[in-house]
Ligand binder design. Structure first.
Ligand SMILES: NC(=O)c1ccc[n+]([C@@H]2O[C@H](COP(=O)([O-])OP(=O)(O)OC[C@H]3O[C@@H](n4cnc5c(N)ncnc54)[C@H](OP(=O)(O)O)[C@@H]3O)[C@@H](O)[C@H]2O)c1
Length: 232
């Protein structure tokens, strides 16, 4: 498979690159800060797959367009929309900073939308193409009462991402492109100050196994890394 991964220099994105190379796939890895490209390049001899790395800021049209033009393949079989940020301060009522909320939504929702739209043409040439969106259980509306009210911008962004991808799931189905929305579990990454219970590599491995079993008939569904459904 030819697989595009966003935010691949650390955390879950790095786990995806590692696992995909072990499985022998061709990985097209995006890295926001080009100074971190070499961090990913170090995986070049990992596994049997092929690795290509390029700068990619999903909030920047020019960067996304340059990434798409650079792609060394014509067809993309899977896009993993992984990159995201979290609001570390002013993330709970009454200290809600609207500029921070906008900044987070710009990455976590519009960034994923921008990437997906830019890759539709390449995906439509792929084999059983899939868009795998890394969302979060924190984007669930029906679970709000049991999960508290912190991380305001992050949760607004993930809820928006979920709607964006439910809509695109319908729009892209006629082209055979499946769209999934995935909660990766609580992982030991910088986002959680390394306090989660899952290693990002293990989450990446399980997400790839779960998604491999999904078909276009399940497009637009929301599930966790093991395939358990998450309520909207
Ligand atoms: N960690 C968890 O427990 C958890 C739980 C539920 C969902 N998730 C989701 O899982 C995904 C991965 O999270 P993680 O824990 O691995 O986070 P992380 O360690 O903070 O890594 C985030 C990645 O996204 C990249 N990124 C941020 N802004 C970007 C932009 N504008 N353009 C391109 N790349 C950008 C970062 O690049 P830089 O290094 O250059 O900043 C980094 O590579 C996210 O979608 C997150 O919301 C995580």
């Amino acid at each position: 498979m030819n697989v595009v991964v966003t935010g691949s220099n650390r955390g879950l994105g790095y786990g995806f690159v590692k696992r995909l190379l072990e499985l022998g796939h061709t990985v097209l890895a995006g890295v926001r800060d080009s100074r971190n490209i070499e961090v990913v390049e170090e995986l070049r001899r990992h596994g049997n797959g092929e690795l290509f790395v390029h700068q990619l800021d999903i909030t920047d049209d020019d960067s996304v367009n340059a990434f798409v033009r650079w792609l060394p393949v014509e067809a993309v079989d899977m896009l993993i929309n992984n990159a995201a940020i979290i609001d570390r301060s002013s993330h709970r009522y009454p200290n809600i900073d609207i500029e921070t909320v906008k900044k987070v939504v710009e990455v976590n929702a519009y960034g994923q939308l921008r990437m997906t739209l830019a890759l539709v043409r390449a995906l439509s040439k792929g084999y059983s193409p899939k868009v795998v969106n890394i969302s979060s259980i924190l984007g669930s509306l029906s679970l709000v009462n049991s999960l508290g009210t912190s991380w305001f911008g992050y949760r607004v962004g993930k809820a928006a991402l979920n709607m964006i991808m439910r809509l695109l799931a319908q729009d892209l189905k006629p082209q055979g492109i499946a769209v999934y929305i995935v909660h990766p579990g609580v992982m030991r990454t910088r986002m959680t100050d390394f306090s989660g219970f899952l290693e990002p590599y293990d989450s990446a491995r399980m997400i790839l196994e779960t998604v491999a079993q999904k078909t276009i008939h399940e497009t637009g569904t929301f599930f966790d890394y093991q395939g358990n459904p998450i309520p909207w």
